[in-house]
Structures are given as C-alpha cells and as structure tokens.
Design a protein. Structure first.
Length: 90
C-alpha cells in the first residue's frame, strides 16, 4: 500500500470530521470520558484506551502507513503545548 502524504493539519481535519460525523455519539458516555481515542484519518477506524498507545500500535500493525490522530474523549483538546513564559520583575 502506498503512503498518503498529508500535512498534520489535514490529518487532524479528517480525523475530527470522522469524530464529529459519527464516532462522537458512539463513544461519549461516562465510562469513556477522559480516555484517548485514536482515529485512522484515512479509514475512520478507531479504538479507545486510557493512553491511546495500545490502540495506536494495533492500528499501525493493521496498516503501517496509517495516519493517526488522538483525541481525549469529552474534551476539546488532547494535549496543549503552551507559548513562551516570561520572567516578571519582583
């Protein structure tokens, strides 16, 4: 199978579309809130586990060229990397 070359933004957009257009209503219930969902941006296949690692490994085993995206269920952002920190005068 040939690799698909998408930007990070394209992978995120496709995965979020899958999530919003069908996956969300199947997974957002109390037992899953806070768990990680890993979505194959090409196929829409997904899996859920506490960290996303096991699911990512399984999806990559099925398709080594999979473009994966991870979302924390029930939250808008899975991981946030902040901006610069400034030192203030005392």
């Amino acid at each position: 199978m040939q690799s698909i070359f998408w930007s990070v933004e394209e992978v995120a957009q496709r995965a979020k579309q899958f999530y919003e257009n069908g996956i969300r209503q199947n997974v957002e219930y109390s037992d899953n809130i806070g768990k990680m969902i890993v979505i194959d941006a090409q196929t829409g296949e997904y899996g859920i586990d506490p960290t996303g690692v096991e699911t990512a490994l399984k999806l990559k085993q099925k398709n080594p060229n999979a473009r994966l995206f991870t979302i924390r269920i029930g939250y808008d952002v899975a991981v946030s990397f902040g901006g610069a920190m400034e030192r203030t005068a005392e």
